[in-house]
Design a protein around this ligand. Structure first.
Ligand code: ADP
Length: 400
C-alpha cells in the first residue's frame, strides 16, 4: 500500500509517498512559491532515480503544484510508481480540527464543511489545508482522502487542563480554550516510546518534549494527552525559535501604549521577533546559539538556559499533573540533535528519578535510551515522523 501525504500551506506544499506498513519512503519533496514563480523539488528515494532541485514549474494555483507532484511520481524515467493506481489514498495534514475532530477522519462533504467551520481558529493554516484537499480531490477522483489534525490527539484533555480562567461565555460562544498542537508528533513518539520500553501505551505516563523551531510539551497518561503547553494558538507555552511562549498579558498593554503599537504589530513581535532569537539577539537556530555561547556570548547562553529551564518546569509540572512519570521523550530538531539542551533539562531532576547517561546522550537523530541503566525514569531520544503517522492513520481508516 502506498499513501501520499500532503501538507499544504498558503504558498508551499510538502509531500511524501510512503508505505505505511514497512515505513519505506518512496519519494518526498516540496512545491514552493505557489501563485508566484513556482519552484518544484522531487527527491526519489529509489536507487537510480534523479532528483529535481527547485526547478521552475508554473504553479499559479495548488492544482498545478499537485499535478507536478503526481507527474513526477508516475514519470516513466524517474517516477517511483507505475501509475496513479498505485497511490492508494491521500493523507492530508490539517492544522485545526477544533472540538469536532478527536481523531483522523475520511474526508466527505460533511467533513469538509466541519473543517471549514474551524477556519476562524487557524486563519493562516486551515484555509490553505482545504485548498490542498480540494485540488487533490479534483485531480484524483475516487482516491480516498483522510484528514489528520494537529489538534486531535489533545482532545482527550480534561476541562481543568483545557479551560482558561476567563468568563465561561468565551468558551461557550467563542470556542476559546486550550487546543494544543503537534498532536501527530506527540502521538507518534508516545507510541514509539511504548514499543521501545516493551510496554502497552495504557501502562505508561510519558512527558513528550517536541522541541523544534516551534516547541510544545505534552503529558501523555495511558496513551492519552492530558495536558499540553501550546494553547488556543501555537504561540503559547515554551519560548521557541522566534515565539515568546507564555507571558504576562499586562506586558501587551504596557508596550502597546508606550510604543503606539496596534495589536497586529504587537503579535508580530511575539510571533516573529521573540523567543530565543529575541532574547539572544543572535539567532532562532540552536546551533548558532551553541557556537555563540561557546565564544562567550552571554545573551546566547542565557537564551539556551532560559529555554532549558522552561522545559524543565513543564517536566516537573506534568509529573505532578500525572502523579508520576515513567519516561521523558525528546524529539524534533532541537530535541533530537541538541545534547546540551537535553542535558540542561535533565540536570537537577535526579530527585525525581531522572539520571541521564552523558555517553548515551552523545547521540543524534536515532531512537536511543539516553538515561542511565539505574534511572527510575527513562529518558528517550526518538526522531519524530509525522508523515509516517499520517500515512498509518490514513491506511487504517481506508482499510476500515
Ligand atoms: P520545525 O518546528 O520548523 O519543524 P524542526 O523540528 O525541524 O523545526 O527544528 C528545527 C530546529 O532544530 C532548528 O531551528 C535548530 O534550532 C534545531 N537544530 C537542528 N539541528 C540541530 C543541531 N544539530 N543541533 C542543535 N539544534 C539543531
Amino acid at each position: 500500500m502506498n499513501i501520499l501525504v500532503i501538507n499544504a500551506g498558503s504558498s508551499s506544499l510538502k509531500y511524501q509517498l510512503l508505505n505505511p506498513e514497512t515505513g519505506d519512503l518512496l519519494a518526498k519533496g516540496l512545491c514552493e512559491r505557489i501563485g508566484i514563480d513556482g519552484k518544484f523539488t522531487y527527491k526519489p528515494q529509489v536507487a537510480g532515480k534523479e532528483t529535481l532541485d527547485a526547478i521552475d514549474v508554473a504553479m499559479p494555483t495548488h492544482s498545478e503544484a499537485i499535478q507536478a507532484v503526481l507527474d513526477a511520481l508516475v514519470d516513466a524515467k524517474n517516477g517511483v510508481v507505475g501509475s496513479m493506481k498505485e497511490i492508494d489514498a491521500v493523507g492530508h495534514r490539517v492544522v485545526h480540527g477544533g472540538e469536532k475532530f478527536a481523531k483522523s477522519v475520511l474526508i466527505t462533504d460533511e467533513v469538509m464543511a466541519a473543517i471549514e467551520e474551524c477556519n476562524p481558529l487557524a486563519p493562516l493554516h486551515n484555509p490553505a489545508n482545504i485548498i490542498g484537499i480540494k485540488a487533490c480531490q479534483a485531480l484524483m477522483p475516487g482516491t480516498p482522502m483522510v484528514a489528520v489534525f494537529d489538534t486531535a490527539f489533545h482532545q482527550t484533555m480534561p476541562p481543568k487542563a483545557f479551560m482558561y480562567a476567563l468568563p465561561y461565555a468565551y468558551y461557550e460562544n467563542d470556542k476559546v480554550r486550550r487546543y494544543g498542537f503537534h498532536g501527530t508528533s506527540h502521538k507518534y513518539v508516545s507510541g514509539r516510546a511504548a514499543a521501545m520500553l516493551g510496554k502497552k501505551p495504557e501502562e505508561l505516563k510519558l512527558i513528550s518534549c517536541h522541541l523544534g523551531n516551534g516547541s510544545s510539551i505534552a503529558a501523555v497518561d495511558g496513551g492519552k494527552s492530558v495536558d499540553t503547553s501550546m494553547g488556543f494558538t501555537p504561540l503559547a507555552g515554551l519560548p521557541m525559535g522566534t515565539r515568546s511562549g507564555d507571558l504576562d498579558a499586562g506586558i501587551l498593554q504596557y508596550l502597546m501604549n508606550k510604543y503606539g503599537m496596534n495589536i497586529d504589530e504587537m503579535l508580530n513581535v511575539l510571533n516573529k521577533k521573540s523567543g530565543v532569537e529575541g532574547l539572544s539577539c543572535v539567532s532562532s537556530d540552536f546551533r548558532d546559539l551553541e557556537s555563540a555561547a561557546a565564544n562567550g556570548d552571554e545573551k546566547a547562553a542565557l537564551a539556551q538556559e532560559k529555554f532549558a529551564y522552561e522545559v524543565k518546569k513543564y517536566v516537573g509540572a506534568y509529573a505532578a499533573a500525572m502523579g508520576g512519570v515513567d519516561a521523558i521523550i525528546f524529539t524534533a530538531g532541537v530535541g533530537e540533535n541538541d545534547k546540551a539542551i537535553r542535558s540542561m533539562v535533565c540536570q537537577g531532576l535526579e530527585y525525581m528519578g531522572v539520571k541521564l547517561d552523558e555517553t548515551a546522550n552523545n547521540t543524534r537523530g536515532k531512537e536511543t535510551v539516553i538515561s542511565a541503566a539505574d534511572s527510575k525514569v527513562k529518558v528517550l531520544l526518538i526522531p519524530t515522523n509525522e508523515e509516517l503517522m499520517i500515512a498509518q492513520d490514513t491506511a487504517s481508516i481506508v482499510k476500515g
